[in-house]
Write a protein that binds this ligand. Sequence first.
Ligand SMILES: Cc1cc2nc3c(=O)[nH]c(=O)nc-3n(C[C@H](O)[C@H](O)[C@H](O)COP(=O)(O)OP(=O)(O)OC[C@H]3O[C@@H](n4cnc5c(N)ncnc54)[C@H](O)[C@@H]3O)c2cc1C
Ligand SMILES: NC(=O)c1ccc[n+]([C@@H]2O[C@H](COP(=O)([O-])OP(=O)(O)OC[C@H]3O[C@@H](n4cnc5c(N)ncnc54)[C@H](OP(=O)(O)O)[C@@H]3O)[C@@H](O)[C@H]2O)c1
Ligand SMILES: *[C@@H]1O[C@H](CO)[C@@H](O)[C@H](O)[C@H]1NC(C)=O
Ligand SMILES: *[C@@H]1O[C@H](CO)[C@@H](O)[C@H](O)[C@H]1NC(C)=O
Length: 454
Amino acid sequence: CALTLHNYNTAVHLYVGSVLNACNLPQARHDIVVDIYERLPVPFGLVRFGVAPDHPEVKNVINTFTQTAHSERFYFHGNVNVGMDISVEELKEAYHAVVLSYGAEGNRSLAVSGEDLIGVFSARDFVGWYNGHPSNKELHPDLNCETVVILGQGNVALDIARVLLSPLDMLKKTDITQRALQTLAASRVRRVLMVGRRGPLQIAGTIKEVREMINLPGTKADLLPVDYDGIAEALNGRNAKEKVDRAHDKNIENGGWWTGSKQAMGIRFLRSPVKVLPGADGKRVAGIRLAVKKLEGSGEGAQAIPTGHTEDLECGMVICSIGYKSLPIDPAVPFDPRRAIVQNNLGRVQGTAGLYCSGWLKRGPTGVIATTMNDSFDTARIILNDLEAGTLDMSIHKPGAQDITALLKARGVREVSFSEWEKINSEEVRRGEALGKPREKLLDVEEMLAVAWS
Ligand SMILES: Cc1cc2nc3c(=O)[nH]c(=O)nc-3n(C[C@H](O)[C@H](O)[C@H](O)COP(=O)(O)OP(=O)(O)OC[C@H]3O[C@@H](n4cnc5c(N)ncnc54)[C@H](O)[C@@H]3O)c2cc1C
Ligand SMILES: NC(=O)c1ccc[n+]([C@@H]2O[C@H](COP(=O)([O-])OP(=O)(O)OC[C@H]3O[C@@H](n4cnc5c(N)ncnc54)[C@H](OP(=O)(O)O)[C@@H]3O)[C@@H](O)[C@H]2O)c1
Ligand SMILES: *[C@@H]1O[C@H](CO)[C@@H](O)[C@H](O)[C@H]1NC(C)=O
Ligand SMILES: *[C@@H]1O[C@H](CO)[C@@H](O)[C@H](O)[C@H]1NC(C)=O
């Protein structure tokens, strides 16, 4: 065949799936080959390391990916760190088209004093810890405290609150790491407060997830009736109304306040952190100072503005869940530091023909898997359009993986193939079986490699 398009994709599952799906549509595109380069020896990105362990059904996309990965025109190259082991320029030399889709590996930070105290964590690290991300295996959070404050009210904050408060029997059957289970078994945490700067109508978490939290067995919803006063009149959307009504009903059902008799999940509005407060030793977190806000404007776009008042809350741990952040990996790629995305127009990286982006790196760190999937279909369509229009230059032969593999070899980098990942997978499933879990993840890259190449 005359046409060989090698698509590079650092990231995920879906994207590759969708490139192939989209490319399968016209018969003429049957000659496209897709190579995916992934930093870790294991695939699936946030589907493996982000999605909460008690939401296994969300991970079903892994099956679609695995099916795609068995295609003859797909190759997985794990254990390759783009930007370090191989440059984007080198990939561009080797392929007709390169798609950057490496997600958002950083986190936003609040930049308040006390952020570096012991007991303050970013949501990214905390989630990575319970989900077995190799870079968070040494986190060792100390759950020897009664109250945990989570800053931010998105779905990630809700995931964390649920993991902290779920009955152990529920978590035991999931793929949460054994190490996290042991820490949770010894936890003294009885109260989680999810603190947001705006009001109930602006809560970032979605209805289903808020409801799941409020209905968590053994945990009382601790919601302040004052937060919902007069809200009915202010409602301007059905979604918001449903969220608030549910929360409100549940609150009344529960008698409102936390009595100290059992676990509680509290939601606090119109508060934003000013300072994390140290305890007597000056090293560990003992509380947090919050600025009291009021809303200006209404609906989704309402802004929180300071009232001048502050309030201190006692807590033994603070988890900052205000969002993820993409990071630049290669100086050759134009990066917008303000929005923390690759500068692009509909997935075409600005100023570089043949270079594309997709996923959180293209759009910013929001959206569920379906959003990311749709987004990747869009990028795939753009690539196909450029192919048809001839703006993607196919006239020169490109060697594809052959050259990249040679370069990597010369640099002492050995790849993990998809069938080698499947060996890791089998080992994880085997270890999980013994514990009554779907899998027990390997936490250590060296160990993953040893299993892959055994
Ligand atoms: C904690 C959390 C929970 C979530 N839960 C849900 C949920 O329940 N349901 C839902 O629908 N959505 C959920 N989402 C959203 C969903 O995970 C994202 O929409 C989606 O994963 C984004 O895909 P992506 O490809 O942009 O990034 P990612 O999934 O992060 O993939 C990026 C990949 O790139 C790799 N990479 C990074 N840097 C490099 C490099 N330099 N070289 C090579 N490879 C590299 C990473 O290792 C990773 O595998 C959740 C998100 C988070 C953060
Ligand atoms: N079950 C699921 O479907 C699921 C699970 C996890 C994640 N996800 C998805 O993954 C994406 C990322 O989730 P996320 O929770 O990280 O992000 P998110 O939904 O964007 O929520 C971020 C939260 O942080 C707050 N925030 C941001 N900057 C702040 C600041 N400077 N000071 C104080 N608060 C600040 C936001 O408040 P404001 O609203 O005031 O900005 C918001 O409450 C979302 O699209 C989410 O839906 C889905
Ligand atoms: C992530 O958050 C931590 C603490 O909340 C902060 O120290 C770190 O600088 C943040 N990382 C990025 C990339 O912003
Ligand atoms: C994805 O796209 C389909 C088809 O256009 C649409 O029906 C669906 O609502 C989209 N999903 C999301 C989460 O954007």
